[in-house]
Design a protein around this ligand. Structure first.
Ligand code: FES
Ligand code: FES
Length: 192
C-alpha cells in the first residue's frame, strides 16, 4: 500500500489560527491562496525566481512557492492582508501608493512584504552583497539606492516600476527609522 500523503496542519496567519487538512506536498502559497482564500499573495513563476509570492514567516521573508505548508506548521505567517494596522496602511504600503511604486500591481504584494523585511534586516545591521564595509564596528550601512536594489533583487517587476519602488522603500525606511528614534527617545525619557 502506498504511504499516505495526507496530513493536517495549524498555521497562524495574520494573527488567526487556521487548522486544515493538506496533502503534504502542498506549498504554503497554494495553501494560502487555494485553501484559505488569501489571494493577495501572487503566483508568478512558481519556482522561486520572481518573488511575487513573498510572505513573512516568523518575520523573515520567504518565497512561499518553495515552502511546504507542512514546514510552516505552528509558525506565524504574515501575508499582504495582514501588514496594515486596521485602517492605517503600513508605511511601506503608503509609500508605494504615494510614490506609484507599481503599475499593474501583480508583483506589489510580494514587493511590499519583501521591503518590510528588507528594511528590518538593514536596520538590524545585516550587510548585503554590495555593502563595502562589513566590519561589525562599521555599523549599519547607509541605505543607498544601490543597497535597496540589491536587497530587493529577489523581487522582479515585469512592468519595470523599479525607480519608484526604490524611492518608496527609501521613504518607508526613513519614516520607520524616525519613528523608532522617537520611540527610543520616549523610552529614554520615560526611564529617566
Ligand atoms: S511565484 Fe514564488 S518566486 Fe515566483
Ligand atoms: S507592477 Fe506590474 S509586475 Fe510589478
Amino acid at each position: 500500500m502506498a504511504p499516505s500523503t495526507a496530513g493536517a496542519i495549524t498555521l497562524t496567519i495574520n494573527g488567526e489560527k487556521h487548522t486544515l487538512p493538506v496533502d503534504n506536498r502542498t506549498t504554503l502559497l497554494d495553501a494560502l491562496r487555494e485553501r484559505i482564500g488569501l489571494t493577495g499573495t501572487k503566483k508568478g513563476c512558481d519556482q522561486g525566481q520572481c518573488g511575487a509570492c513573498t510572505v513573512l514567516l516568523e518575520g523573515r521573508r520567504v518565497v512561499s512557492c518553495l515552502q511546504l505548508a507542512v514546514a510552516a506548521e505552528g509558525r506565524e505567517v504574515t501575508t499582504i492582508e495582514g501588514v496594515a494596522d486596521g485602517d492605517r496602511l503600513h508605511p511601506v504600503q503608503q509609500a508605494f501608493l504615494d510614490l506609484d511604486g507599481y503599475q499593474c500591481g501583480y508583483c506589489t504584494p510580494g514587493q511590499i512584504c519583501s521591503a518590510i523585511a528588507a528594511i528590518e534586516e538593514h536596520a538590524a545591521g545585516w550587510p548585503s552583497a554590495v555593502t563595502t564595509d562589513v566590519r561589525p564596528e562599521a555599523g549599519v550601512p547607509p541605505l543607498t539606492a544601490e543597497e535597496i536594489r540589491e536587497r530587493m533583487s529577489g523581487n522582479l517587476c515585469r512592468c519595470g516600476a523599479y525607480v519608484s519602488i526604490v524611492q518608496a522603500v527609501a521613504r518607508a525606511a526613513a519614516e520607520t527609522a524616525q519613528e523608532n528614534d522617537g520611540a527610543d527617545e520616549m523610552n529614554v525619557a520615560g526611564a529617566a
